[in-house]
Design a protein around this ligand. Structure first.
Ligand code: SF4
Length: 84
């Protein structure tokens, strides 16, 4: 389980974020395409994903939770406290 120490700067502030353990597998952006996006390098290869938009509906929240469950490296973090 990730401890979330390496929060990526691209994340939109809020409850969920992706940390530097992300390997860019894109599972989360396939499950929750409205909430996760990918960064690409100059060769258009995916580098990593980040939280593009915090969930605003129950459905989006559920998809973010599902993404957390399937992330192979535990890089999606829910700090459980909301943005401050
Ligand atoms: S599922 Fe996890 S490892 Fe894969 S892109 Fe999303 S945050 Fe990164």
């Amino acid at each position: 389980m990730s401890e979330g120490s390496g929060k990526l700067k691209e994340n939109q502030p809020g409850k969920y974020y992706v940390d530097q353990d992300c390997i860019g597998c894109m599972l989360c952006s396939e499950i929750a395409p409205d909430n996760f996006r990918s960064t690409v390098d100059i060769d258009c290869e995916v580098e990593y994903n980040f939280v593009y938009k915090q969930p605003s509906t129950k459905q989006e929240e559920d998809l973010c939770e599902e993404s957390m469950d399937v992330c192979p490296v535990g890089a999606i973090v829910d700090n459980g406290k909301g943005a401050r």
